[in-house]
Design a protein around this ligand. Structure first.
Ligand SMILES: [Zn+2]
Length: 625
């Protein structure tokens, strides 16, 4: 058998494969005992056939949607055959490929390598993953596989050695009996292996969720101290309800068990990464024991869990690749991430993590942010998805003009628009719940597998719920360059975006976490607690007056800068015709800038449109008792 692979010059060539690779599993042992020293060790035994061979290191990482495999943190890479060194040479074009010759008579090659788990600015799984008392093992950081193979066909028998006394959680199935620091796991495909990270730590707790539901669900937590594991019964109930709500919404499950792998630590990078049968959820240490943090991060687990259906099981065709070297096409990310953002937020409310008021306050912030997105006039939403592989590593100043991974939050607005449109067209008889049940539940309960879809499949599934020009509806929101955000979902939902002079409870919560005050909707300025200008609305009042990112506000109306001083100046200016005067420092030079602004403070909130049905309220109602 031969498979299609890309040659060095990017030309498609056919290459023969060592058949042994398909017949006999690779064994991969990872030693995590040095994880507290920020170095992980792996030994891999790979069946080979003599002659020219190439091994590759995973480059395009599922869920990260970009070529982010941390090849720069690979070290101590040695190949041996029957105890003799085998000389390797890196491909001159593809830095993730290693060429070598296997001597006659050799059937197994041993590869040793280390992963340097030193935080170096890498994103997602390339970021910090260990501390003195915990580690998150992402297998893609410590595995090589034969070039040109399909990740679903390459079989791997994994095992780990943990530091003394550490416990673990994973979607992999252990085969070793009894408690031990060396754990063998069942043989799985490379695809399943990389999709099944291992969370381990000294301070570890596993809680079964929704025990009435099959398959089984677990909340696995590792923290830097035992006190951060004391999650309340109320929050455990919220997560159990989340499990039940997903069953009602998606009418299916596509896993044999599900593990929320939650790292509660400031020593690791904070993010969420979805997997089919688990999720890698990394948050601040006290997220589960302080109410404000629990609320602010309330969407993380519902979002990553939703990906088990939307992203892992159902996946845009461009993100379905035969292995980790083939480039991904991000065009469908407005469904993969946008729909997940929408449904995840709705689920966070349906299961009780958020109140409907918190959901609406947060939605008001999203609507207002994206309604002041001048970058939409040159880059449409579709382009943010296509360029995701680069936009994930951008952000910060001028993001409102460049745009970033807007397919998440603007995608959420689009899907709210779809949901309320279905409800309107059917007089409340149908909703996006029906789409979610049929689209994500296609084929009923299954094990983990991928069912790809195209844009036309999405349109067909929506049309099956209610006939409408869904292709035109979606393409207009994806392809046009109108300056306004797609806010039709708010209006169809019975609400409108307005600005008040007091921040919502949600905005206050965000401000207290970040320490900065939001002057975005009044002055078009993001200002940090010390006066540093984080961003300026392109074409806005502050931009026109001469403000730029990186400047520092020294004084407001001749008083030393403090967020409350600026706040008071904005309030005072409402009753006067005098401009607000700033002393601003820019790379060692000072100047005076004036803003002729008299409209007072502005914070986004949602307001009911009287006499219209409150469809938003219907959307947020739980589907289970
Ligand atoms: Zn996501």
């Amino acid at each position: 058998m031969s498979l299609v692979a890309r040659g060095m010059a990017g030309v498609v060539v056919f290459m023969g494969l060592g058949m042994a690779a398909a017949q006999q599993p690779i064994t991969l042992h990872v030693d995590l005992r040095d994880a507290p020293k920020k170095i992980l060790h792996a030994v891999e035994e790979i069946p080979v056939t003599p002659g020219a061979n190439t091994l590759v290191f995973p480059k395009w990482i599922p869920g990260e949607h970009m070529p982010s495999g941390p090849i720069d943190d690979m070290a101590g890479f040695f190949l041996t055959a029957n105890g003799e060194p085998v000389k390797w040479q890196r491909d001159p074009i593809d830095m993730f490929a290693f060429h070598f010759n296997v001597p006659a008579g050799v059937t197994t090659l041993e590869a040793k390598m280390d992963f340097l788990a030193t935080p170096n600015g890498g994103s997602f799984t390339a970021g910090g993953s260990t501390s003195a008392n915990l580690a998150m093992l992402s297998w893609n950081t410590l595995v090589l596989y034969p070039q040109g193979t399909k990740s679903a066909d390459v079989m791997v028998t994994p095992s780990v050695t943990l530091p003394d006394g550490w416990r673990y959680g994973t979607a992999l199935t252990p085969t070793s009996a009894g408690p031990s620091q060396s754990i063998d796991f069942s043989t799985v495909s490379l695809e399943q292996l990389i999709d099944s990270p291992v969370l381990t730590g000294r301070f570890f707790r596993e809680i079964p969720l929704a025990p009435d539901v099959t398959p089984k669900h677990f909340l696995d937590m590792a923290a830097d101290g035992p006190e951060d594991l004391n999650i309340s019964e109320q929050h455990i109930d919220d997560f159990s309800k989340l499990v039940r709500e997903t069953g009602a919404l998606y009418k299916s499950r596509h896993y044999s068990s599900y593990h929320f792998l939650v790292t509660l630590s400031d020593q690791v990078l904070h993010f969420g990464l979805e997997h089919h049968q688990s999720s890698d959820d990394r948050v601040e240490p006290t997220t589960f024991v302080t109410d404000d943090k629990f609320t602010l991060d309330g969407d993380l687990l519902p979002h990553e869990f939703t990906h088990s259906w939307n992203g892992k099981y159902r996946r845009p065709i461009g993100l379905v690749t035969p292995n980790y070297q083939e480039p991904m096409i991000g065009d469908g990310l407005w469904v993969y991430e946008g729909l997940t953002e929408y449904l995840g937020d709705v689920l966070a409310t349906r299961c009780g993590i958020w109140t409907p008021q918190q959901y609406r306050d947060r939605l008001a912030g999203i609507a207002a942010t994206y309604n002041l997105r001048p970058g939409r006039t040159w880059r449409n939403l579709q382009d943010t998805a296509r360029m995701a592989q680069i936009l994930y590593t951008t952000g910060g100043p001028f993001d409102n003009w460049r745009r970033g991974t807007d397919f998440y939050d603007e995608g959420e607005l689009v899907w709210l628009d779809v949901d309320t449109t279905i409800r309107k067209l059917t007089d409340g008889k149908k909703s996006l719940n029906d789409f979610a049940g049929s689209f994500e539940g296609l084929g009923g309960n299954t094990g983990p597998k991928v069912v790809p879809y195209t844009f036309d499949d999405v349109v067909a599934a929506l049309t099956a719920v209610v006939p409408y020009d869904w292709a035109g509806f979606l393409r207009f929101r994806l392809d046009t360059n109108r300056p306004e955000a797609p806010l039709g979902g708010l209006e169809n939902g019975g609400w409108k975006l307005v600005y008040k002079d007091q921040p919502s409870e949600w905005s206050t919560l965000e401000e207290s976490e970040s320490g900065s005050v939001d002057f975005w909707y009044s002055l078009g300025l993001h200002v940090g607690p010390q006066g540093n200008v984080g961003d300026v609305l392109h074409g806005g009042m502050a931009d026109k007056a001469g403000f730029g990112p990186g400047m520092k506000i020294i004084a407001v109306n001749n008083r030393e800068y403090d967020p409350n001083v600026l706040r008071a100046a904005i309030i005072d200016a409402k009753g006067s015709t005098q401009p607000i005067e700033f002393i601003v420092e820019n790379t060692g030079y000072f100047k005076i800038l004036k803003l002729d602004y008299h409209e007072g403070e502005k914070f986004p909130v949602l307001e009911r449109i009287a006499g219209t049905p409150d469809r938003l309220d219907d959307i947020l109602k739980p589907m289970t008792k």
